[in-house]
Write a protein that binds this ligand. Structure first.
Ligand code: FE2
Length: 333
């Protein structure tokens, strides 16, 4: 299989963009095509790429051609994609997805009952995988998928200690020997591995940065995959909404600060994948939420008022879910 990976070389000044056979100086801080074994069919595109990206499209120095299969001429596909992108000026750039690299597997899964999204990520070369926010009732589905795909689950991890469903991490550990549970230290829940702000979760050659985003709960974290432009926000930031702040250790001011300082500072094109959605939306972007989130685009005092007046019912699962989630979801099953 071909691998076309644009390694992140977003240094200021002139870079040499080269391959085994050619090299060319470009006047921009640019991207280097590396790690490809046989010469790609659209070899020329490697040099045209610099012209196509005279400035940083996504506000982030990460571009992959990896999604293009070997049968797809890289140059044609890239050109087509970018031509369309630039020709449609009305379409907001913040909503353009930067393609994932070919060695990065991503699958969004859903639990109808709790409207929870679970995310399976993997290194397709190495086979190492992580799962974010699995749900107890869906753990067998997830384990089966992992087995079918031939992946090795390294971590079953949570963005926080959930109150609306029981986590599937404990059961996944039973179903998949060798898998470890992972949660933030501040969550107060049991796990094999604890993380805190600045840590990285590694699987294969891929990595997720841990960012502390308290406010919904004290232990909420957001996982950021910079290379792929993905951000897993848990309940800190939902699509056009946010997690409630009226139970557990909720605090509206803290949540506002977390989202603005840790998530809204990411590039606009980063794809936001939350822990839940109740209206059928599957993904958003940082830029969209900055602009259109009806709560978080407001000033802090307005946000606090909105959160104080949500008048939400007492969460029906909280008395069962929180004690269970304190010990990996293995309570009373
Ligand atoms: Fe939650």
């Amino acid at each position: 299989m071909y691998r076309y990976i644009l390694t992140d070389v977003f240094n200021k000044g002139t870079r040499t963009v080269g391959t085994k056979r050619h090299s060319k100086k470009l006047g921009h801080s640019r991207y280097q095509l590396g790690d490809h074994s046989p010469c790609p069919k659209g070899g020329l595109s490697r040099y045209q790429l610099g012209d196509y990206f005279p400035y940083c499209l996504a506000g982030h120095s990460r571009y992959h051609l990896g999604v293009h299969s070997p049968s797809y001429p890289v140059s044609r596909y890239s050109r087509y994609h970018l031509t369309r992108l630039y020709s449609n000026k009305a379409f907001p750039k913040m909503s353009v997805r930067v393609p994932l690299s070919c060695d990065f597997f991503f699958r969004q899964l859903f639990d109808r009952e709790s409207c929870t999204y679970t995310y399976l990520l993997a290194d397709t070369v190495d086979g190492e995988a992580v799962i974010i926010d699995p749900v107890l009732e869906m753990a067998e589905r997830d384990a089966k998928l992992i087995e079918e795909l031939g992946l090795r689950l390294k971590y079953a991890m949570n963005t926080h200690m959930h109150a609306d469903h029981i986590t599937g991490t404990g059961l996944l550990k039973k179903l998949i020997p060798g898998c470890q549970s992972l949660i933030s230290k501040a969550s107060g829940a049991q796990a094999d591995k604890y993380v805190e702000a600045g840590d990285e979760v590694l699987f294969g050659r891929h990595r997720l940065e841990v960012r502390a985003t308290p406010g919904h709960t004290n232990g909420c974290v957001t996982y950021v995959c910079h290379e792929q432009g993905l951000v897993f926000t848990g309940d800190a930031l939902l699509i056009r909404g946010c997690g409630r702040t009226d139970f557990q250790e909720g605090n509206s001011e803290t949540l506002y600060d977390s989202v603005h300082s840790q998530i809204f500072t990411l590039p606009d094109a980063f794809q936001v994948y939350p822990a839940h959605d109740y209206k059928g939306q599957t993904v958003s972007t940082v830029g969209e939420e900055k602009k259109y989130n009806p709560r978080l685009c407001k000033q802090l005092n307005e946000f606090v008022k909105i959160m104080e007046n949500l008048n939400l019912p007492y969460p029906k699962m909280i008395d069962k879910a929180v004690p269970a989630n304190k010990c990996c979801g293995m309570y009373d099953i």
